[in-house]
Design a protein around this ligand. Sequence first.
Ligand code: KG4
Ligand code: ZN
Length: 314
Amino acid sequence: MDGKISSNIIAGQTVHEKYGGIVPELASRAHIQNIIPVVDAALKTANCTLQTLDAIAFTQSPGLIGSLLVGAQFAKSLSLSLHKPLIAVHHMQAHVLANLIADEKPSFPFLCLTISGGHTQIVLAKSPYDLQLLGETIDDAAGEAFDKSAKLLGLPYPGGPLIDKYAVQGNPHKFKFAEPQIHGLDFSFSGLKTSVLYFLQDAMKKDSSFIQNHLDDLCASIQYTIINILLKKLKKAVRQAKVKDICIAGGVSANSALRKAFKDLGETEGWQTFIPAFEYCTDNAAMIAITAHYKYLAGEFADLSISPSARAEW
Ligand code: KG4
Ligand code: ZN
């Protein structure tokens, strides 16, 4: 009730690694196996019981429908049996509000660049309940650009954190990749993937060990391009929206070079910058809890007829 996080248990799913991406059917099966032990561990860590909870929150959209169904049905069953209110949470709203977990929070209105494996969005947050979408990707998400580039480099899924790791030793200016010219505040990342693909095909024809010999520089250069695309648009959005408190969120905001580049840009531009703690960037329970906290305060409860939705309607 105090807006503080008491536990944040996450069950990772390594089963997808060998497939180069998430396999939806395997994801929902793993959710069924994980959900009771995870809830159990969360209650134990928080030192509470089901009876002492104030409400039951779940992710309603967007996402893989099989996985969403597992969570939604479980939450509805708990809500019904415990006579506790049910709270439906939007995954992308939760990524933005992850910035409110910290002691030093952004003030409303603030701008948030949310960068995940499925979405890339610039959002103007006027309150916890009023988020306005200013721009988004017209094709791939930034996380997909990381993961698909990593796959072309022969790295396992998800490749984003590995690119981050190898890039630390690499030269970000060694190779140049195409940056798209997209009007307004929208993004595009599919051209980058194609540019990396053609570049690698050409280089590997001349030297079959090219990737192996230049992995660090390739990772650093790809990462540099993605960060540049993201931050240029963010700068444009801030100038238009005329707000001073600026956040990033979502899995890609765990990227070490992006975190630094964002902070540096904020200093140059005179922004107050905010990034969720590392563990609240990639998908996590705490961001759902903080969003549920604000919805609880506003009395925004769901009834048992609610269904999850794969698509992201704001
Ligand atoms: O928000 P998230 O956990 O899940 C979705 O809602 O999609 O984001 C996952 C994405 C993946 O594409 C993953 O590669 C990327 O976040 N990611 C990173 C890093 N950590 C996670 N990308 C770059 N650098 C990282 N350190
Ligand atoms: Zn996410």
